[in-house]
Design a protein around this ligand. Structure first.
Ligand code: PEP
Length: 250
């Protein structure tokens, strides 16, 4: 089995001041964590702090933007283009986060277009998918995540620079976490979907990470599941316990 390097992302969302950012980066820079051969760490501050964080952050960690525009920049007030991220040497972007899907009305097709465009510009993508509570209760979890993944698969051919981030939307910021068995079940289903609908090689090499109220206490058990290749962490990525989550890679 080809090894998939463990991936830990920290999504700081719309939080913090310049001072907070300095404090978080100091904690990260002083932390003893497994080497970058073992774990890839990517933190995602708000846009305005990206250059500051990039400048201060230890060289073995990298940064992600939390969004970018769907195509080349221009007259799109308030948007940030993929070209701008390239210009700032921001290597990663989070796209399709459930908060953007729900609050900004981003459809699966729009998210897939964004993913395709960001990849075409050489930016690596943390692509978010996941079901709502109603969908889970209706028994349609796999159908929903397969449809979201299909929208992406129809628009990209190279998965090398994609990390698939599965989130039960009901577990985002709520303190409710999918059990390790629930996470494994969906990750396994997604990998099988990739085998059938993309290719066995892509299924084998693509990292499928879990998100939704991951913290220092629950990360180890989740990380032990064979198809959980890491995490995207929201709330806990602003706290020192993010270091414990990085350490769950080993
Ligand atoms: C997220 O929004 O990506 C996330 C995982 O948030 P939290 O960890 O706070 O649930």
């Amino acid at each position: 089995m080809a090894a998939r390097k463990f991936f830990v992302g920290g999504n700081w969302k719309c939080n913090g001041t310049g001072e907070d950012v300095k404090k978080i980066v100091t904690v990260l820079n002083e932390a003893e964590v497994p080497s970058e051969d073992v774990v890839e760490v990517v933190v995602s501050p708000p846009f305005v702090f990206l250059p500051q964080v990039k400048g201060l952050l230890r060289p073995d960690f990298s940064v992600a933007a939390q969004n970018c525009w769907v195509r080349k920049g221009g007259a799109f007030t308030g948007e940030i283009s993929a070209e701008m991220l390239v210009n700032l040497q921001v290597p990663w972007v989070i796209l399709g986060h459930s908060e953007r899907r729900a609050l900004m009305g981003e459809s699966s097709d729009f998210v897939a277009d964004k993913i395709a465009y960001a990849l075409s510009q050489g930016i690596k993508v943390i692509a978010c998918i996941g079901e709502t509570l109603e969908q889970r209760e209706a028994g349609t979890t796999m159908e929903v995540v397969a449809a979201q993944t299909k929208a992406i698969a129809e628009k990209i051919s190279d998965w090398t620079n994609v990390v698939l981030a599965y989130e039960p939307v009901w577990a985002i910021g709520t303190g409710k976490v999918a059990t390790p068995a629930q996470a494994q079940e969906v990750h396994d289903g997604l990998r099988k979907w990739l085998v059938t609908n993309v290719s066995p090689a892509v299924a084998e090499s693509t990292r499928i990470i879990y998100r939704g109220s991951v913290n220092g206490a629950n990360c180890k058990e989740l990380a032990a599941k064979p198809d959980v290749d890491g995490f995207l962490v929201g709330g806990a990525s602003l706290k020192p316990e993010f270091v414990d989550i990085i350490k769950s890679a080993t």
